[in-house]
Design a binder for this molecule. Structure first.
Ligand code: AMP
Ligand code: GLY
Length: 425
């Protein structure tokens, strides 16, 4: 029997811990640092997720047979390297491969070297403002400007206005908007089309597909309002052509992994490929080196095979067991605190109705921004919960997810009412 350490504290990590705990091979879950929902599955230890030595010490202390790393910051910081250096099995790429998400300039460089379709772009560094502005002039618009480094998901500006794009380039390169993260930036052509996320398991050599999901990044219905970490997701995505996933493995994922290997970067973990289905075919928008949040919460409930076995095999460098997904759909809705985004204005409100929500058939409630206050469970800001439900198809899953979400309340609670609506038309 195995002991699994789950690193992270969001809805994604709660979903991972939930799925890992269902494995007949797992008898203990430990979370670093975890959240009140994860506390129902295993012990939560107050260790900073992005501190490689602290996570490796904890893994040694508890004798973890496998460490599953949820968020990107620990991977970019080298948590997987630290674990492997101590002989521990880690699900998540080394820092060298995590640069796919940690540096957009690196990612673009890999894509170009691998011949993978992506938006036309160039990378500029502090001091190259004139060149960057001149490159903007060569683009037809809309314009996209991205910080090279991690910026908590907020470093991408998409605008139809060249004046605004110019102002963004200036503020990034000057270090005014995102500090060092923006002093190198990528300027690129804006693409159009539906966006989907492909998730594949990688074992350092090859990749097997898990699922395609669609996220809803804007805060409000109709894709309006500011960008968020994701207000809801669903899987599968019905409007993709037959053979889409195989085609993406062939044209995108395998060439990317081969190019990483050429650079001595080892990719063991889940690779999240953000694609835009443009009129000229699918193009890569971005790579993330982890599961999406809330995409993870809608993928793992449909997994009929054993997540622990998949993670252990990927971490050990040889995926063997076939991934089996149930032939159902799953829809997830992020329930957010008042004021999210950008910063939650309210915290500490008592959350009501969790048991009633979980009683809806097929429904699950994953915690993210929650906290215990005495006997009460209260909000702790941001995306507080993800409510998901499975069902025979998108419509059934969606009805159940909204039924469950409607049973939960706290002052200022808000969520989108149109998650997965696109999949029904
Ligand atoms: P990222 O932080 O790289 O995930 O980008 C955030 C979002 O910006 C993506 O999910 C897209 O919606 C949008 N985006 C990124 N690159 C482009 C592009 N070249 N054209 C249009 N939208 C883009
Ligand atoms: N939901 C998008 C992300 O996790 O990056």
């Amino acid at each position: 029997m195995a002991r699994v350490l789950v690193v992270g504290s969001g809805g994604r990590e709660h979903a991972l811990a939930w799925a890992l705990a269902r494995s007949p091979h797992v008898d203990e879950i430990v979370c670093a640092p975890g959240n009140p929902g994860m506390a129902g599955l295993g012990e939560c230890r107050p260790v900073a997720a992005a501190d490689p030595a602290a996570v490796a010490d904890l893994a040694d202390h508890v004798g973890a047979d496998l460490v599953v790393v949820g968020p990107e910051d620990p991977l970019v910081a080298g948590v997987a390297d630290a674990l492997r250096a101590r002989g521990r099995l880690a699900f998540g790429p080394d820092a060298a491969a995590a640069r796919l998400e940690g540096s957009k300039a690196f990612m673009k460089d890999v894509l170009v070297a691998a011949g993978v379709p992506t938006a036309r772009h160039r990378t500029f560094r502090a001091g190259q403002e004139a060149e960057a502005l001149a490159f903007l002039d060569t683009l037809p618009g809309p314009y996209v400007v991205k910080t090279d480094g991690l910026a908590a998901g907020k470093g991408v500006a998409v605008t139809g206005s060249i004046d605004e794009a110019r102002a963004v380039v200036r503020s990034y390169l000057a270090g005014e908007a995102f500090g060092e993260a923006g002093r190198t930036c990528v300027v690129e052509e804006g693409l159009t089309g539906p966006e989907v996320s492909l998730f594949v398991l990688c074992d350092g050599t090859d990749a097997v597909p898990l699922a395609v999901a669609q996220d809803h990044k804007r805060a409000f219905d109709g894709d309006r309002g500011p960008n968020t970490g994701g207000m809801g997701a669903y899987t599968p995505v019905p409007f993709l052509p037959d053979g889409f996933v195989d085609e993406m493995l062939h044209a995108v994922i395998r060439p990317t992994l081969a190019e990483l290997r050429r650079r001595d970067a080892q990719y063991r973990g889940v690779l999240f490929c953000g694609l835009m289905c443009t009129p000229d075919g699918p193009k890569v928008l971005e790579y993330n080196v982890r599961f999406g949040d809330p995409e993870c919460q809608v993928i793992v409930p449909l997994l009929a095979s054993d997540l622990f076995v998949h993670c252990r095999e990927a971490a050990a460098g040889h995926i063997e067991t076939p991934v089996v997904m149930r032939a159902e759909a799953c829809v997830g809705i992020a329930l957010a605190a008042q004021g999210y985004p950008p910063s939650p204005t309210r915290r500490g409100d008592v959350i009501e109705g969790l048991d009633a929500a979980a009683a809806v058939p097929g429904a699950l409630v994953f915690h993210a921004g929650t906290r215990r206050d005495g006997d009460a469970l209260v909000t702790d800001g941001g995306r507080v919960l993800t409510v998901v439900a499975t069902g025979e198809g998108i419509r059934a899953a969606r009805d159940r997810a909204y039924e469950a979400a409607g049973r939960i309340s706290w002052p200022g609670l808000h969520y989108r009412r149109d998650i997965a609506a696109q999949a029904l038309t």
